[in-house]
Design a protein around this ligand. Structure first.
Ligand code: MG
Length: 413
């Protein structure tokens, strides 16, 4: 029997929750702003009215205000968002226990077994949509398909408060004309590589021989090809279990050999920044750091060590990587290539997120700061903000970082 997978995405989540809690905000342009420092506040989320003013997630609050002087900016309150996230999951639980979170506001549901009781996937999706609005006051958009990749894509097609079905009969019309970046895990770097060989749409990826993609992206190319053709078979994990991604890492062959600890430390920071950025963009934290170091004669070491806590903070990853390095490297030869990877990933759910609030404030600040840096970079480019440490050697720092493979768990079984 073909699977029935839903992907349910709470619309404008932070802003919707704020509007519910502050009725005086109804009907007004509202944004949630992450103002670690007030002068550098960034828009984290906005409601539909603010969106219609052209206000974008990631832009500076002062700029947003120029376009929309009446904009109301309210600070984020993650405790509230976690409560709503749980409320939403309680509704999902009436239909299945196969619920997999993807960030705080998105979930995949495998409702295959409940279709006998509740009707087909589309019917269940509409029921969830109506209940969400009635029982929590916020809206969802739901994608319905036979695999996770297309279900996720479907939830982006019509929003807010709507359902899109991607079936074996319509995916060639609905999915294939979309730009490649709409496919889950196609980031800016992969998108550029694909465009270089003339692949712009999901249909382009589906039509090319998988060998071409493997040549371009390694093993990951094969997965993309299967995703584009609707052949993804990764399961929806049972509520509270591990994510479908095993680890996120980056490595690079350096433009010149590394000769000393200072060089290595800087590169660990460069690599950890991009690793941390990708952890955050996929809403993951990890608790193990792995390093990979290869010298000029291709002698390689791979070592790992656990962190005290799950993290997506780049400095914590970089410091641990450097610590592992100091313990294990004897400097017989200069280094040619180096990598950092974070594994044992979890999606921060209620429990781990909560510890973030009652634990030390410093940690929360670090996390918020890094999220703001993501926002700035998504708007102004990666090099718009840099650690002072990295300005020391622009030659090393300017080297483009390889995009690393993300491993869906099922491919390792
Ligand atoms: Mg959302």
């Amino acid at each position: 029997m073909e699977r029935v997978i839903l992907h349910s995405d709470l619309n404008n989540f932070y802003a919707s929750v704020e509007c519910l809690h502050q009725p005086e905000l109804q009907g007004k342009p509202v944004a949630v702003g992450g103002s670690v420092e007030r002068r550098h506040g960034i828009i984290l989320a906005r409601n539909t009215i603010a969106k219609n003013f052209g206000i974008k997630t990631g832009e500076a609050i002062w700029q947003a205000r120029q376009r929309c002087p009446g904009l109301i900016v309210t600070p984020p309150d993650y405790g509230k968002y976690i409560r709503f996230s749980k409320l939403a999951r309680e509704i999902y639980r009436d239909y299945t226990d196969k619920i997999e979170a993807f960030g705080i506001d998105e979930n995949w549901l495998d409702v295959t077994d409940s279709t006998r009781l509740f009707g087909d996937g589309e019917h269940i999706a509409h029921e969830i949509r109506r209940r969400m609005r009635a029982e929590t006051g916020i809206t969802v958009s739901v994608g319905v398909s036979w695999n996770k990749i297309f279900a996720k894509l479907g939830s982006d097609l019509k929003k807010p408060d709507d359902v899109s079905v991607i079936s074996p009969d319509n995916y060639k019309q609905r999915v294939w004309p979309l730009p490649a970046k709409e496919l889950l895990y196609v980031g800016p770097s992969t998108r550029r590589k694909l465009a270089k060989i003339g692949l712009y749409t999901i249909g382009d990826i589906a039509a090319v021989s998988p060998a071409v993609l493997t040549g371009l992206l390694g093993k990951w190319g094969e997965y993309l090809w299967s995703f584009a053709n609707g052949l993804d078979t990764t399961p929806v994990s049972i509520l509270g279990t591990e994510s479908m991604i095993k680890g996120i890492g980056n490595s690079m062959t350096t433009p010149r050999d590394l000769e000393n600890n200072e060089d290595v430390k800087m590169l660990f920071y460069v690599l950890s920044e991009s690793v941390a950025e990708r952890l955050r963009s996929h809403c993951f934290k990890g608790s193990t750091v792995q390093i990979h170091v290869r010298d000029r004669d291709l002698v390689t070491i791979d070592r790992q060590a656990p962190l005290n806590t799950h993290t997506f903070v780049s400095s914590e990853i970089a410091e641990k990587a450097f610590e592992i390095f100091l313990k294990n490297w004897t400097w017989d030869k200069p280094i040619r290539s180096i990598g950092v990877r974070v594994t044992d990933l979890v999606i921060p759910d209620g429990c781990t997120q909560l510890s973030l609030f009652d634990a030390d404030n410093r940690r929360l600040k670090k996390e918020l700061l890094e999220k703001c840096i993501d926002d700035i970079r998504s708007r102004y480019g990666h090099y718009s903000t840099q650690r002072a440490l990295m300005l020391k050697d622009t030659e090393l720092n300017a080297n483009p970082i390889e995009e690393n493979v993300i491993f869906p768990v099922s491919y390792f079984r």
